[in-house]
Design a binder for this molecule. Structure first.
Ligand code: ATR
Length: 285
């Protein structure tokens, strides 16, 4: 597919965040538009706190078709939407805006993106599964909701701050069985779970030698998944793999949250192979 030229019919897209210059979304989404032959352009916008409302008004005024929203704006942006879909409402965060002729609809593609990548890359069937999630922050909330929607039977949430794990478990208990734990209680339940997900930032560059739990506890029948994608294979995944488990890296979640956004905006199925390649290439340059 030849490179798209920007002309007077080009439809604009972007990502709003602070900081934003490190974002891989423009590389990934522009490649997707190019691959699909869609006349569109996607740029990164550095939107500082206090400027978000004006930036959102700009989407309407300039008729952007869609925008991704990232740190620190995922919560505040909810105040400026005309409609918020159910998943985003439950998770309490919006990362994707679709502009329906001036009507802005907020979605959250992080959790569903995570689950789609987990299923495609590991073949896991989540129905009836017991899951251990490490961490109880925003990422854990999205992933937990998506796992519950896929039929996970019991979600254990272990967190450094135990109270936050208990709070998140309580708020998830209308969707599935959920229990909050401290990190020292992992040992009691780790034998029951078929999936362990690291939703914390432990192991992320530059702290690449940290792991979120003791991997000697993990049975080789478990799938181990990490939301961290820098490095692509964390120490947690490397240690787990050496114990014979199937591993799943965080890059997939990033690719598929973008794939869902692309599909909401265009109605066209996302060229995920090319999108993944674009991101991997950008890491290597
Ligand atoms: P995000 O939106 O990316 O999930 P967050 O809401 O700040 O970010 O949540 C970060 C999660 O990583 C939290 O569960 C945090 O644990 P606390 O609730 O105890 O703060 C966890 N986390 C971060 N650094 C950690 C560390 N060094 N050890 C253990 N857990 C850590």
């Amino acid at each position: 597919m030849g490179k798209q030229k920007i002309d007077s019919n080009t439809i604009l897209y972007g990502v709003f965040g602070d900081p934003i210059r490190h974002s891989k979304s423009p590389i990934m989404l522009n490649r997707a538009f190019e691959e699909a032959g869609i006349n569109a352009a996607y740029a990164a916008f550095h939107i500082k706190p206090g400027q978000l409302r004006s930036a959102i008004d700009g989407i309407r005024a300039m008729q952007f078709r869609g925008v991704n929203v990232t740190i620190p704006h995922k919560l505040e942006v909810m105040d400026y939407m005309d409609e918020i879909d159910e998943g985003a409402r439950v998770i309490g965060a919006v990362n994707t805006i679709v502009n329906e002729d001036g009507r802005l609809v907020g979605h959250n593609t992080d959790g569903i993106g995570y689950v789609r990548s987990l299923k495609e890359e590991t073949g896991i069937d989540l129905r009836g599964k017991h899951v251990l999630m490490l961490g109880a922050g925003g990422a854990a909330r999205g992933v937990g909701y998506a796992l519950a929607m896929e039929g996970a039977a019991h979600i254990y949430i272990a967190n450094r701050t135990r109270d936050k794990a208990i709070e998140l478990a309580q708020s998830m208990s209308s969707f599935t069985m959920a229990t909050g734990l401290g990190l020292d209680e992992i040992v009691d339940i780790v034998g029951k779970v078929g999936l362990i997900v690291n939703n914390t930032s432990v192991g992320m560059h530059p702290n690449v030698n940290e792991v979120p739990m003791d991997t000697s506890l993990i049975l080789n029948t478990t799938i181990v998944s990490d939301l961290v994608y820098n490095p692509m294979v964390t120490k947690f995944l490397r240690e787990s793999e050496s114990r014979g488990v199937t591993i799943h890296s965080g890059l997939g979640m990033f690719i598929y949250q973008g794939a869902y956004a692309f599909e909401y905006w265009t109605g066209v199925s996302a060229p995920v192979v090319a999108m993944r390649q674009a991101v991997i290439d950008s890491f290597n340059t």
